[in-house]
Ligand binder design. Structure first.
Ligand SMILES: Cc1cc2nc3c(=O)[nH]c(=O)nc-3n(C[C@H](O)[C@H](O)[C@H](O)COP(=O)(O)OP(=O)(O)OC[C@H]3O[C@@H](n4cnc5c(N)ncnc54)[C@H](O)[C@@H]3O)c2cc1C
Ligand code: FES
Ligand code: FES
Length: 493
């Protein structure tokens, strides 16, 4: 059964969309269809945060609760609104009273030309919905995807740091139960479709519907968060004939743990699995916190990051280094392959027509294993890597030091696909981790890669930094080991 409309709450009002081109972004819909111009367009590519709005959804983890997430409306298709509450800056006020997230900007002189202000306000609003007293780091994380060209950040940060018990009785809190009921009703609706301008958007609800859809219409384009795909529409003016949204497919939105593995559904946004990965692999958690900004991590997915087959995607090198596998689904049949075998050539993968990524399986660490990750980019936050280095090293202690029994050195940004450096690995495998073996591995890396020059870095820079990261990893492991030995001696003494 299908429903030929997109139904959602716009602030506290039930709204439906019919006969609209599904290539329309939420930002275009707000500004050009509803003439709600509070939400601004700065870059139309997810970089500046001026277009930030908040989506409230039923919390899949906690029955009877809502989650509030900031997103970039300029790179999210309007179909993704189905079943959610869209909160925009126009309706934050409660009657004539400014919302706390707005009033603190006024009180702290956090706005000059005001162009960026609605975006900052919405990011702050989303933060305070889950965190009444955020610390500075939490505020910086929440606001990293918002840029201001005139006010400067001190006053905006101070505004967002202000404790906000006042949020508890804003108009959304007052309508909380009503919203829960309305979203629960929307959740029961059959899969939605949006048709307009001869283009179609459909949102299957289970893996069978998704597989059938792709088998019947193999030329369909999958969309998850859209943080990559939507740019082809907003920047390259592409028109996508048929969009198939994976965000409602239950089986693709799970995270499960076994004794030895973590299995992440391909359509689960980063924000929903970052804590689990941080727990097992702190370096990986820290790196994911540098993928885009909060708005991008609230919608972007692993399936999209691998599926776009970009040579500069951050997750593939990390997954390759970890020996992760992925399960692919084609019309009821599944196969599991190593992530490293997924990529064939620049933007070419082993994915067959109508096949899609179902899940990614990451082994849990065991004693003696280390994962080290290094993201090299011009800015700390919200920037694409020039080089991403992911090193997995397994060692056993011997009387001559730590001997390497397993090693995977994977890189992004160094070739047309994310890949390992086999010659450099061979220089380390079976050896002790010493200055000499590391020097050999650094030299060997030149046989594994011939990086390119582009706007992010020159070929020479890429090679030099990749080689130096092997040494950095060695030095860090040495200092960890030395610290452990000293600590053991201190304890023994
Ligand atoms: C401002 C900004 C900053 C960014 N920063 C980073 C960064 O620091 N590091 C980084 O790696 N990336 C970054 N990205 C790129 C992007 O956000 C990520 O790659 C993200 O993980 C893409 O996921 P998505 O769900 O949005 O993919 P989508 O845009 O929905 O899809 C991307 C591609 O994958 C395909 N696809 C989606 N799901 C599946 C599936 N289940 N099976 C098969 N194919 C599928 C789609 O058809 C499409 O071709 C950034 C993007 C923006 C806009
Ligand atoms: S307009 Fe810049 S992030 Fe959307
Ligand atoms: S107040 Fe002008 S861009 Fe921020």
């Amino acid at each position: 059964m299908v429903e030929n409309t997109i139904k959602f709450l716009l602030n506290n009002e039930a709204v439906k969309i019919e006969n609209l081109d599904p290539n329309t972004t939420i930002l275009q819909y707000l500004r050009e269809e509803l003439f709600k111009s509070g939400t601004k367009e700065g870059c139309a590519s997810g970089d500046c945060g001026a277009c930030t709005v908040v989506l409230a959804e039923l919390d899949p983890e906690k029955a009877g609760q809502l989650t509030y997430k900031s997103i970039n409306s300029c790179i999210t298709f309007v179909g993704n609104l189905h079943g959610k509450q869209l909160i925009t800056v126009e309706d934050l006020k409660d009657g004539a009273k400014l919302h706390h997230a707005q009033q603190t900007i006024v009180d702290n002189h956090g706005s000059q030309c005001g162009f960026c202000t609605p975006g900052f306000v919405m990011s702050s609003f989303a933060l305070h919905k889950h965190n009444q007293k955020p610390n500075r780091d939490e505020v910086l994380e929440a606001l990293a995807g918002n840029l201001c060209r005139c006010t400067g950040y001190r006053s905006i940060i101070e505004a967002a740091m202000t404790s906000s018990e006042a949020n508890q009785d804003d108009s959304f809190a007052k309508h909380y139960q009503q919203t829960l009921v309305a979203l629960t009703e929307l959740d029961k609706l059959p899969k939605p479709i949006l048709n307009g301008n001869g283009n179609t958007y459909i949102a299957p609800q289970n893996i069978y519907e998704l597989a059938t859809e792709l088998t019947n219409e193999p030329k369909s384009t999958l969309v998850a968060g859209g943080t990559d795909l939507a740019l082809s529409v907003t920047q390259n003016l592409a028109v996508i004939k048929k969009l198939v949204y994976v965000g409602n497919v239950a089986e693709l939105n799970t995270i499960e743990e076994t004794e030895s593995e973590i299995v992440i559904g391909s359509a689960l946004p980063y924000s929903d699995f970052i804590d689990t990965l941080h727990h097992y692999y702190p370096d990986l958690g820290n790196m994911i916190e540098r993928i885009g900004a909060k708005q991008v991590r609230n919608t972007g997915t692993l399936g999209g990051n691998i599926g776009n087959a970009s040579p500069i995607g951050d997750m593939p090198p990390a997954l390759i280094a970890l020996g992760a596998t992925m399960t692919l689904h084609l019309n009821g049949t599944e196969r599991t392959i190593l992530v490293e075998d997924f990529f064939l050539d620049y933007k070419k993968t082993v994915l067959q027509t109508s096949e899609f990524i179902k899940s990614i399986t990451i082994p849990k660490p065991i004693a003696g294993q280390t994962l080290k990750l290094y993201k090299i980019s011009k800015r700390l936050d919200d920037d694409i890597s020039a080089v991403l280095a992911a090193f997995f090293i397994e060692q056993i202690p011997t009387d001559k030091g730590q001997k390497i029994t397993n090693v995977r050195l994977a890189f992004g940004g160094m070739a047309g696909i994310p890949k390992r450096g086999p010659t450099a690995e061979a220089a380390l495998l079976g050896k002790h981790l010493t200055k000499e073996s590391v020097t050999q591995a650094k030299a060997a890396l030149a046989n594994d890669f011939q990086p390119m020059t582009d706007v992010r870095a020159s070929d020479k820079y890429r090679m030099t930094v990749a080689q130096n990261l092997i040494e950095k990893c060695y030095l860090e492991l040495q200092s960890t080991h030395t610290r452990e030995v000293i600590e053991t001696r201190v304890v023994n003494y």
